[in-house]
Every structure is written in structure tokens, then in C-alpha cells.
Design a protein around this ligand. Sequence first.
Ligand SMILES: Nc1ncnc2c1ncn2[C@@H]1O[C@H](COP(=O)(O)OP(=O)(O)OP(=O)(O)O)[C@@H](O)[C@H]1O
Length: 231
Amino acid sequence: MLTFKQLKKTYGGRTVVDINNLNIREGETIGLVGNNGAGKTTLFRMLLDLIRPDSGEVLSKDQNVSENDHWKDYTASYLDEGFLIDYLTPEEYFTFIGSLHNLSVAHVADYLKQYEEFFNGEILNRGKYIRDFSKGNQNKIGIAAALMQKPELLVLDEPFANLDPTTQIRLKSLIKSLKSTHRLTTLISSHDLNHVTDVCDRIILLEKGLVIKDFHTDENSLKELEAYFSE
Ligand SMILES: Nc1ncnc2c1ncn2[C@@H]1O[C@H](COP(=O)(O)OP(=O)(O)OP(=O)(O)O)[C@@H](O)[C@H]1O
């Protein structure tokens, strides 16, 4: 589904992403891990054509993401609050995002019913603007809105950060269930080794922009990653 080819990004003379050849198959749930500044967000931003690589390319279904827009039809993402519209209420925002996918107000209301538990009574009908929600609740709004288009590819940057433990567990169940029902391909960056090894079937470890490890998760993965990061 995705190929990162000889992909390089440099800031101020420092290479922050340097990936020779990396393939992501359809239906995989990938956990991208690495210390602060490893290049995770930069990699996601190139995948979503928010920034351009200095050289190399990102292919989504064999097409360069910076050369055409086909990938936008099946790709959903939530990287940060910049994806939200601060002066709207969650209802207005969901309606707006729904309209981009030709969903009526009634369709959107119906869609949101499945997120009742995930929202935990904190998102809808609160009579406040998105800017006034906590960061964790903003994350919930962004993730639910991203999933509205029924994507084939989902990209989430540190989705567990700022979520309460209950919602973290619900988010993991949601990702697992979308994988089994829709063969969703998911890329998640996270500093939470516990969650990432639980929900992901493959881990890619970045360090200074390079892929240091790339392996399928098993019962030893968490311990191996903890050992790596405690060195
Ligand atoms: N616009 C920019 N201008 C200059 N340097 C940048 C820019 N964007 C990212 N960087 C640098 O690129 C490196 C990689 O940053 P990136 O945000 O991709 O790392 P990350 O793995 O997501 O880190 P974190 O875990 O802290 O979120 C960092 O050194 C960062 O300072």
C-alpha cells in the first residue's frame, strides 16, 4: 500500500529522515517508535504531502503523493489540533467534515452514535467551541472526524497522548476492530511502548531519521523495546 523510497528530509543541514526503502502492506497496523526528534512526525507529514522531501518519494498505491490527489480519497489522519477548526463546536465540525464526504446532517448524527462510548459524554451537546476542550478531548474529536470517511489508510500521531486510560483502551479496541472489519492499514506513532506493542502487528523504530529496527510483534516485543530504550 505504501512505499517510502530513498526518502530524505534535511533541516538546517541535519538529516531528520533518511529512509532507503520501506514498504507497508495493506491491513498492517504499524507502530512508529523513536525518541524525541527521531523523525516520526516529519515522516507522517511527507506521507500526507504537508511537507515535501528533499529527495526520494512516498508512493501510496504506487502513486507519488506529491504528484496527484488520489490518496486523499482513502487516507484519513489526525496529527495535531491543527487539523481541527477552533471556532466551531464539535457538532459543527463533524457536520462540516461530513459535508466534504457528501454526508447529510442526519447521516453524521447517525455516524456519531457509535462513538458514544469513546466520547464518554464529554464531546457532544456541551455547548462549547473546540478551542475550549481539553487536548485529550480534542484528540477524540479529531480521530472520530478522521474516521468518518471510512478510510483504507489511517495515520495518527501520538494518539494515546493526553487520553485518559479508559479512552486509550477504547481507542485500541477501535483500531483492532477496524483492522478486522475493514482491513484498515494504520500507522501510529507513539511513545507508549505498552499500547503500541499491544495494538500494532509491526514496529518500526526510528533513530535520527533512520530505520533501526523493523519487526513483527510477538510476546517478547515489549521487553525488547524497553531494553533498547533503557540502554
Ligand atoms: N520545520 C522544521 N524546521 C526545523 N527543524 C524541524 C522542523 N520540523 C522538524 N524539525 C526537526 O526535525 C527533527 C525531527 O522532528 P520530528 O518532529 O519529526 O520528530 P518526532 O520523532 O516526531 O519527535 P517527537 O517524539 O518529539 O514528537 C527534530 O530535530 C526537529 O527539531
